[in-house]
Design a protein around this ligand. Structure first.
Ligand code: NAD
Length: 351
């Protein structure tokens, strides 16, 4: 097209990326949106079938770990901005296969940074937006919150790889003057999430009357954010965030895993017309994950004050929307829970 801006979104076939791609393609017909994704087990073009034919949308299959491919792509398209979400994203998988996280999350990010250097010097508008996680900050006790100034202390191979990529982005800003912005977000839930993550795993298991594996004593505490609220925050930070800054994004919404699970069980009993208490009988405590962080809690007051962002739905509303979506999209769930997923599930839970 002959549009105002060419934007590369990486990892757009994944969970969060698909919501970001849809938002940008439908809200900004004056931008050309390129979705670059390797389509790993977590990438699924079904997530975007409703916008696949939009004239301002282009899908490119490719691997960010391949520097030759990335260089050719950037030389050809000369993007005005990059929103980088492509990553290996599942903590449990990072424990069994850390190298995949090193390659995609660290080396893949550095490849994108290197090629971005060739663009920003001729383009004052260029920005590299790196999407990251609150897990880089490590674990909190029962008090306090992660702020943008909190020191990094990653504990899992996943969070170590994300922390490393955040550092590289900042260092390219300091060393080469690359214009960048970073945001670190808490746990997302919502439509299109692969059912290895807690909320969709438990929705699927409750439907099938399978056990709900809760780690340790269930007291792990996380902050939860509806994925569309994250996509809206990303839109704001991309357009209005100050260059060189970090923004923490969170739901002001802390839950212990066991309490979240009980809430989900109550909502699912209602949805399935099962007697109250039926789904909660499926809860089964399993051996703890090694290096498990006790509590994450994010202070999202900076993005709230500076950019006016806040979540649009409560946790109950967001969970109800999510349950609704998984019921309306059984085919999606059937597709992603066949094949490789079954192998993974067996290994992970010895089911
Ligand atoms: P996801 O696993 O659902 O999607 C990741 C996407 O990246 C997939 O489509 C996959 O095919 C693609 N990908 C993986 N390796 C690639 C490679 N080498 N080259 C090109 N594409 C590749 O992940 P998600 O949950 O949507 O997370 C997206 C981003 O947001 C990640 O950077 C993650 O660290 C971050 N994040 C996630 C959460 C969360 O709760 N899910 C919270 C905060 C931050």
């Amino acid at each position: 097209g002959s549009n105002d801006k060419k934007i590369l979104i990486t990892g757009g076939a994944g969970f969060i990326g698909s919501h970001v791609v849809r938002r940008f393609v439908t809200n900004y017909s004056n931008y050309d949106i390129f979705n670059l994704d390797a389509l790993t087990y977590a990438g699924n073009l079904e997530n975007l079938k409703d916008i696949a034919d939009y004239p301002n949308y282009t899908f490119i299959k490719g691997d960010i770990v391949d520097p030759v491919f990335i260089t050719q792509l950037f030389n050809k398209e000369k993007f005005d901005g990059v929103i980088h979400l492509a990553a290996e994203s599942h903590v449990d998988r990072s424990i069994s296969n850390p190298n995949a996280f090193l390659y995609t999350n660290v080396i893949g990010t550095v490849n994108l940074l290197n090629t971005s250097l060739g663009l920003f010097r001729n383009n004052p508008e260029f920005i590299f937006y790196h999407i990251s996680t609150d897990e880089v900050y490590g674990s909190l006790g029962s008090h306090g919150f992660f702020k943008e100034s909190t020191a990094y202390a990653p504990n899992s191979p996943y969070s170590a790889s994300k922390a490393s990529s955040d550092h590289f982005v900042r260092a390219y800003g300091e060393t080469y003057g690359l214009p960048f912005v970073i945001s670190n977000c808490s746990n997302n839930y919502g439509p299109n999430q692969f059912p290895e993550k807690l909320v969709p795993l438990f929705i699927n298991n409750i439907i099938q009357k399978k056990p709900l594996p809760v780690y340790g004593d269930g007291n792990y505490t996380r902050d939860w954010l509806f994925v569309k609220d994250h996509a809206r925050a990303i839109d704001l930070v991309f357009h209005q965030g100050k260059k060189g800054e970090t923004y923490n994004i969170g739901g002001f919404n802390e839950w212990k895993n066991i309490e979240l699970t009980q809430l989900l069980c109550r909502l699912m009993d209602k949805k399935l017309d099962r007697q109250a208490g039926t789904s909660a009988k499926l809860i089964s405590f399993v051996k703890d994950r090694p290096g498990h962080d006790l509590r994450y809690a994010i202070d999202a007051s900076k993005i709230n004050k500076e950019l006016g962002w806040e979540p649009s739905v409560t946790f109950e509303e967001g969970l109800e929307l999510t349950i609704e979506w998984y019921f309306d999209n059984k085919e999606w769930l059937d597709h992603v829970t066949s094949g490789d997923y079954l192998e993974y599930y067996k290994k992970q839970y010895q089911a």
